[in-house]
Design a protein around this ligand. Structure first.
Ligand SMILES: NC(=O)c1ccc[n+]([C@@H]2O[C@H](COP(=O)([O-])OP(=O)(O)OC[C@H]3O[C@@H](n4cnc5c(N)ncnc54)[C@H](O)[C@@H]3O)[C@@H](O)[C@H]2O)c1
Length: 346
């Protein structure tokens, strides 16, 4: 069985990817410092998979330790999820983001070089990196292909762009590196068991967890930012992708890197957009709960509409998203209604 190291593997997307990799015959190893996740995730992963998943608790910024972890597990591939991801916080505390996100990626890449040399490996493990549609900045049109110009509108997005460039430079410097850059659109939903899901601390920045928390009674109403966008109902349109589809995209990316030479950058999205009001209505339908909302001003930096052209992922990875909006809402609701306070009360 090939082992796959997941930095940030206890987080939202990492935990779903761990389950999916295991179901596909890989041996996932979770590495996390729990700065934005709860150790209870490990118990939930064991409940879902029927076995204890190996855990390495520590910080990706610690290069020496990380290289020892690599030598211990000899992973065929690494998926690098670890990092901070709150856009607003990145504007207020840019250095935190440059340190943890860019510093974390540098540390991981150096640990890979170190372990490859020390272990006498033929080449470093394959690497999959969590990038984001945020690297497209304010796109000129939709759907968005991977060749669109990249830009950034906040320090978080800037870190993703810099890390993509660092990876490209390293591939150019050493062609034995195999890297898959995955640009996620808007991950939502949860594992169908309702045992793991998205558990933001404080008021959620993203729509779906906010809607779920309103439906479960944790928050009184949803603020809808902008009702006058040039979209069919005036609210913002995004490409929501079920986190289990996203997880399957990671498995396909790992397989592709292990089987086909070369590196790639692909969008992971569904190729269709849904407006805020469509999400609210779908959530009310599947949960049977009202989701009261109020319109407020547009939020600075938000674009009217954004969705992926997922063609390249289909061609290169043989992957495409299969789950629709109702399934995303139903699974998000199962997680939220069974864990109203997230992992904290578990
Ligand atoms: N969720 C989204 O909407 C979204 C969209 C695009 C890209 N991404 C990217 O995907 C990745 C995963 O996102 P997520 O939603 O699962 O976030 P998350 O916060 O749930 O998971 C990140 C995990 O990394 C861990 N971590 C952070 N810094 C670390 C460090 N220095 N050492 C060890 N562990 C560390 C955290 O404890 C957490 O468990 C991130 O890189 C994020 O930027 C997320």
């Amino acid at each position: 069985m090939s082992s796959v190291l997941l930095t940030g593997g206890a987080g939202y997307i990492g935990s779903h990817t761990a389950v999916t990799l295991q179901a596909d015959g890989f041996e996932p190893v979770v590495l996390d410092n729990f700065s934005n996740s709860h150790p209870l995730v490990m118990d939930r992963l064991a409940q879902i998979t029927g076995r204890d998943m190996p855990l390495e608790q520590g910080d990706v910024l610690d290069t020496g330790w990380l290289s020892q972890v690599l030598l211990r597990h000899r992973p065929a591939a690494i998926v690098h999820f670890a990092g901070d991801k709150a856009v607003g916080e990145s504007v207020a505390q840019p250095l935190k983001y440059f340190h943890n996100n860019i510093g974390g990626a540098v540390s991981l890449m150096r640990a890979m070089v170190q372990a490859t040399a020390e272990g006498g490996w033929e080449r470093p493990p394959a690497l999959v990196f969590s990038s984001s549609a945020t690297v497209y900045g304010d796109p000129a049109s939709v759907p968005i292909t991977e060749d669109f110009p990249r830009s950034h509108t906040n320090p978080y997005g800037h870190t993703k762009l810099v890390i993509e460039d660092m990876l490209a430079a390293q591939i150019a410097a050493d062609p034995s590196w195999r890297v898959g850059v995955l640009r996620y659109f808007n991950p939502v939903g949860a594992h169908p068991s309702g045992l793991i899901g998205e558990d933001p601390e404080g008021p959620p920045n993203n729509l779906m967890p906010y809607v779920s928390q309103v439906a479960v009674g944790r928050r009184p109403f949803l603020q809808v930012y902008g009702s006058d966008y040039p979209t069919p109902d005036g609210t913002g349109v995004r490409d929501y992708i079920h986190v289990m589809d996203l997880a399957a995209g990671h498995v396909a990316a790992v397989r592709s890197l292990l089987q086909t030479p070369g590196s790639f950058t692909v969008n992971l999205g569904t190729g269709r957009g849904h407006s805020v009001l469509e999400v609210v209505r779908a959530f009310e339908r599947v949960s049977g709960r009202p989701v009261p909302f109020r319109f407020t001003d547009r939020r600075a930096g938000d674009v009217a509409q954004c969705w992926a052209d997922p063609t390249r992922a289909r061609q290169r990875l043989g992957w495409c998203a299969t789950r629709g909006l109702d399934e995303m809402c139903a699974d998000a609701w199962r997680w939220q209604s069974r864990n109203p306070q997230g992992y904290r009360a578990g």
